[in-house]
Design a protein around this ligand. Sequence first.
Ligand SMILES: Cc1cc2nc3c(=O)[nH]c(=O)nc-3n(C[C@H](O)[C@H](O)[C@H](O)COP(=O)(O)OP(=O)(O)OC[C@H]3O[C@@H](n4cnc5c(N)ncnc54)[C@H](O)[C@@H]3O)c2cc1C
Length: 551
Amino acid sequence: MNQQYECDVLVIGGGIAGLSLALHLAPEARVGIIAKGPLTEGSSLYAQGGIAAVLDEQDSTESHVEDTLSAGAGLCDPDIVRFTVANGPEAVRWLITEGVRFTREAREDGTGDYHLTREGGHSHRRVIHATDATGRAVETTLEQRVREHANVDVFEHHIAVDLVTAAKLGLSPNRCLGAYVLDRESGRTRVFRARCVVLATGGASKVYLYTTNPDTSTGDGIAMAWRAGCRVANMEFIQFHPTCLYHPKAKSFLLSESIRGEGGRLLLPDGTGFMHRFDPRGELAPRDIVARAIDHEMKRLGVEYVYLDISHKPESFIQQHFPNIHARCMDFGYDIAREPVPVVPAAHYTCGGVVTDRAAQTDLRGLYAVGETAHTGLHGANRLASNSLLECLVFAQSAAANIQERLQQMPAPPALPEWDESRVTDSDEEVVVTHNWHELRRFMWDYVGIVRTNKRLQRAKRRVDLLLGEISEYYGNFRVTNDLLELRNLALVADLIIRSALARKESRGLHYTLDYPQTNVGHPDSTVLEPEHHRAPEQTAQPRTTRARGS
Ligand SMILES: Cc1cc2nc3c(=O)[nH]c(=O)nc-3n(C[C@H](O)[C@H](O)[C@H](O)COP(=O)(O)OP(=O)(O)OC[C@H]3O[C@@H](n4cnc5c(N)ncnc54)[C@H](O)[C@@H]3O)c2cc1C
C-alpha cells in the first residue's frame, strides 16, 4: 500500500521559478517540491546572459516596458509588462539577500556597483549577471536555501504524471487536489495531495530535434494543465537560437551571438557566405532573421548544418574573448581558432504556455503556473533577451502572495484514489516509445520549425494525430515510465503548437509562414486554445484517472 504524501503547496519543478516560489512560501506553509531529475537540472541552470531589470539611474521602467512591447510585436499585455518590469528591481534585490553573488564593476577593492550588460533589443545596460553563468549562480544558491529549510520536502527523480482534479473524481466545486507522481527509482506511482499545486515545469523545446534546452523541457506542465481543463495560449511562438554546435554529444551547447558580433561568418558547406543575401546587416542581423536564413539554406540544399567561422582572428584574440567556447569545442574535436565549426539553429524558448493572471492563477482553482510553463502576457510574439528569468522571479513572488492569502480557505484535500495498475503490464516493445519520440522531434523540426507553410503544418498535423492515437493506446495498456510520460506530453504539446500555428494567418514575431508573409494591421489577438474543443484521442481517453476513480 502506497502512503499518500500531503503538503500545503505542491511545487512541480525545481528551476528558478519553482525554487523561488518554494522559498517565498516556506516560512508559512509546508511545501513539497518535486523534480524529475536532480533538483537543479533544468533550463535555469544553463542560463548564461542574466536577468533584465531597471537598476541603473540612467535607465527607466518606461524604457524597459517599451523594449519589451517592441520585441513582443503587438501581442504583449501592456499591464503585465509594466507589472513585471516594475517588480524587477525588487526581485533582483531579493536574490542578493538570498546570497546570489552577481558580477561587480571591476574595482580593486571589489566593492564596485553591479555590472550591467546590454543585450540585443534593450536600449540600456540592464542585464545583471554572474559572469557568463548567471543561471548556475542563482539556481545553486536557491537550491542550498531550499535544502536548508525545514518546511520544504524535496523529491528528486520524481515525475508528475497528471493532476488530480475534483471534477475527475465527480466532486464539486472543481479544484486541483494534487497529482499522481512516479518515483523513477522505485517505479511506483504515488498520490501527492495538496491544497494548492504550482506548475513550474519549464518549457517544451525538446519537441524539436535540435534544442539548447536540457532533457527536462518536455512541456509536461502545459500538457498536464491542458488535460486538467486549462487554456493554453500563443504556442506558435517558439524562439530559435541561431547557432548551436552540431555534434551528437553536444546537445545543448550554444555558440554565443558575440562570435558573430566579433566578426564570425556563417558559411555554406562549399565555404561561401550567404547572410548578405538575406539582410544588409549580414551576420549582425537580429537573431530571428539569422535563424531563418540558416534554416532556408539548410532546406534548400538538404544539408544538416552550416558553418560558423572565426578562424581568421588571431588565436590570442579567441583565447581572450571566448575561452569557454574554445575549450568546449576542443572537447568535441573542433578548434575554432583554426577551422569553421558546424552549427544548426535550435529551439530555445517557449513563449506561450498555460494561461495565467498576474497572480499566476490558471483556469483551475488551486492550480498555479509560473516560469516558462506559463503564458502571462509578458512576451507576446517574441521574448526580449533576459526577460524570462525576470518573469520566473516576479511571478513566483506574486503567486506566493496570492497562495498565502488563500491557503486557509482551501480545505485539505480528501484521501484520493490510488494509482491503479491492475490492468496494465510492463511494455513488451519499448521501441514504440523511442521510435515515436524520434519521429515526432524530426517532423516538428522539418515541418513546424523556423519557416512554416500551410502544407508543412498540415503534414505535421496528420502525423501528430496518428502518434496521439498510438501513444494513447500504449499508455492505456502498459506501465508508465519516464520516457512514455514525456513522449505523451511532447505529442500533446506538438499538437497545440501545430494548431496554434495553423490558426495564425499572418507572420508575426517568431511565427513566420511563407503562405502569409505579411503582418496583419489592426489589433492582433493572442492564439488561445480551449480544452473543450480538443478532441484528440489523448483527451478522450484518460485510462489512469478513469480507473483510479473506480478504485
Ligand atoms: C542555454 C540557455 C540559456 C539561457 N539564457 C537565459 C538568460 O541569460 N536569461 C534569461 O532570462 N533566460 C535565459 N534562458 C531561458 C531561461 O533559462 C528559462 O526560461 C528559465 O530558466 C525557465 O525556468 P523555469 O523554472 O520555468 O524552468 P526550468 O529551469 O526549466 O525547470 C523546470 C523544472 O521542472 C521539472 N519538471 C519538468 N517536468 C516535470 C514533471 N513532469 N514532474 C516533475 N518535475 C518536472 C524539471 O525537472 C526542472 O526541475 C536560457 C535558456 C537556456 C536553455
